[in-house]
Ligand binder design. Structure first.
Ligand code: MHF
Ligand code: KIV
Ligand code: MG
Length: 266
């Protein structure tokens, strides 16, 4: 299994980091078999696995349930788990307790937290001091979709770009072991990547990040109807799955299944 210092070395040597999300035992096994460098148990599971409108509905117990399954499927891959909606905002004390529980019970290698506010950076310092590696998620933070009024590229204005750059530098100072940059313009992601010594993993943030992450169900076109501009489908499991299930239904109805091969004759 790769460790956090390996990812720093990959950054230094210009070797891209490949990360994919996984949410359960089979997706984790597939990701590990494909030799991904890191798995993210993303709170996007609320949307692509549970069918919620956004990630806002996802709870700490949901994250634990899925993260444990991922860990069982990928025992030898670096696993990052998302802190879900509002789990870090009630108070520093409850945030520390929530993070400690998710980290301890999931067996994750690091936690990812959305936000670069002073409170989140203070939390990052506390968790780091306590032994929990933190990845800070900046740019488009899906848990704030109701504040933005939609999933929109962030950091397009000069002021917003300057703020995100400052948050990135402060996150590094607070001890964050990595940055997740979501949906920011490529030049801003490149500037951040050049100015921090911790690895940047991008989604919708261009070619210059130290690594890339894609949502499993987007990568495989599985259960999602429409891909965002930045996502790339490398397979079409929607068609494969619906054709296979359709054939099964036809064969049951026509009496073709089960056949001799699939019954116990005695
Ligand atoms: N299936 C899936 N893939 C994801 O990458 C993903 C999720 N779900 N759920 C949680 C968040 C939400 N994400 C999203 C979803 C949509 C856009 C989107 O449609 N963006 C517009 C940008 C419009 C603009 O501001 O110019 C796009 O056209 O891509 C972006 C990020 C990323 N995450
Ligand atoms: C989109 C990625 C970065 C994420 O946070 C998730 O999958 O939840
Ligand atoms: Mg997430």
């Amino acid at each position: 299994m790769l460790r956090i210092n390996d990812f720093q070395t990959m950054k230094k040597e210009g070797k891209p980091i490949a990360m994919v999300t996984a949410y359960d035992y089979p997706s984790a096994k597939m990701a590990e078999a494909a030799d991904v460098d890191m798995i993210l148990v993303g709170d996007s599971l609320g949307m692509v696995v549970l069918g919620y409108e956004s990630t806002v509905q996802v709870t700490l117990d949901d994250m634990l349930h899925h993260a444990k399954a991922v860990k069982r499927g990928a025992k030898d891959t670096y696993i990052v788990v998302d802190m879900p909606f509002m789990s870090c905002h009630a108070s520093l004390e409850s945030a520390v307790n929530n993070a400690a529980r998710l980290f301890r019970e999931s067996g994750a290698n690091a936690l990812k937290i959305e936000g670069g506010t002073e409170n989140i950076l203070e939390l990052t310092e506390r968790l780091t001091n306590g032994g929990i590696p933190v990845i800070i998620h900046l740019g488009l933070m899906p848990q704030s979709v109701n504040v933005y009024g939609g999933y929109k590229v962030q950091g397009r204005s000069e002021e917003a770009a300057a703020r995100i750059l400052r948050e990135a530098l402060e996150a590094e100072k607070s001890g964050a072991v990595g940055l997740l940059l979501e949906c920011i313009p490529e030049p801003l992601a490149n500037e951040i990547t050049g100015k921090v010594s911790i690895p940047t993993i991008g989604i919708g943030s261009g070619r210059g990040c130290d690594g890339q992450v894609l949502v499993y169900h987007d990568l495989l076109k599985y259960g999602v109807d429409r891909l965002a501009k930045f996502a790339k489908g490398y397979a079409d499991l929607n068609n494969i799955a619906s054709e296979a299930i359709g054939t099964y239904v036809e064969q049951v109805k026509s009496g073709m299944f089960p056949d001799d091969e699939h019954v116990f004759l005695k």
